[in-house]
Design a protein around this ligand. Structure first.
Ligand SMILES: NC(=O)c1ccc[n+]([C@@H]2O[C@H](COP(=O)([O-])OP(=O)(O)OC[C@H]3O[C@@H](n4cnc5c(N)ncnc54)[C@H](OP(=O)(O)O)[C@@H]3O)[C@@H](O)[C@H]2O)c1
Length: 217
């Protein structure tokens, strides 16, 4: 698949930085939020001519690949039909104080990405960009081959979709460590060792192996 346009559902800390990276690397981007396109005109102006604004449905429709980067409690609002068959990058994390308690995440029966995958059954959800502070997305990237380059983790159930997202992350300036299926994405959730700090691929692999379930922490 040729990735030309990145749709963004959510244009806050992470969404705006990913839009910036997308434009810098030659992609068209369509940004959206909950309040409507009019509230995004300044952001789009700053991003330049490759950026457009739209509703969530329009961003979902326009994107060859679409990023969902909103508070987890709102993932039920993400439009389903326009995302069928598409790669959906999921940056979301679970914070009960923001999202309210979600029992199946509290008891770790599932993961945040599997909840999004359940909501989007025909999409190919790939967890990515959830363990890096938004500002670091545009400051920590380095060209491939740079010694001690920072690495980011991905997880997903579709190998081809993971390959596409891994290429994008590499283009954006980071090495990639594949955790495995979405069910393993808990290894990079809040309060795990790899969540937040700058890590090389080797360090991140160690962190992922050392991750413990909430009940065991
Ligand atoms: N901040 C970080 O450093 C960071 C790092 C990694 C992962 N994350 C995770 O990534 C996600 C986004 O984080 P963030 O910090 O970027 O959040 P944020 O700055 O609060 O931005 C959230 C964005 O989502 C939009 N939004 C909210 N509800 C929506 C809905 N129902 N439909 C469409 N758009 C909606 C908001 O639009 P309005 O403003 O119009 O409501 C806003 O543009 C969260 O799950 C967070 O935990 C954050």
């Amino acid at each position: 698949m040729t990735l030309k346009t990145i749709g963004l559902i959510g244009a806050g800390h992470i969404g705006s930085q990913l839009a910036r990276l997308g434009v810098q690397h030659g992609y068209d981007v369509v940004v959206s939020n909950s309040r409507g396109p009019d509230t995004l005109k300044d952001l789009a102006r700053g991003l330049g001519p490759r950026a457009r604004v739209g509703t969530s449905a329009q961003a979902a429709d326009a994107g060859d690949t679409v990023v969902v980067t909103i508070p987890l409690k709102n993932i039920g609002d993400v439009p389903v039909a326009p995302l069928a068959g598409k790669i959906v990058i999921d940056t979301n994390n679970y914070y009960p104080q923001r999202d309210g308690h979600i029992a199946e995440l509290d008891n770790e029966e599932t993961t945040t990405s599997e909840l999004l995958q359940r909501h989007l059954p025909s999409s190919k959800v790939v967890k990515a960009f959830n363990h890096i502070y938004a500002a670091a997305l545009t400051t920590d990237g380095q060209p491939a081959g740079t010694p001690n380059r920072r690495a980011l983790a991905i997880a997903g159930n579709d190998p081809d979709a993971k390959r596409v997202v891994a290429q994008l992350i590499d283009q954006f300036g980071f090495d990639v460590v594949d955790i495995g299926p979405l069910s393993e994405s808990w290894r990079i959730q809040r309060d795990t060792p790899g969540y937040g700090p700058r890590r090389t691929a080797e360090e991140l692999r160690k962190d992922l192996a050392a991750a413990r379930r909430y009940a065991e922490q």
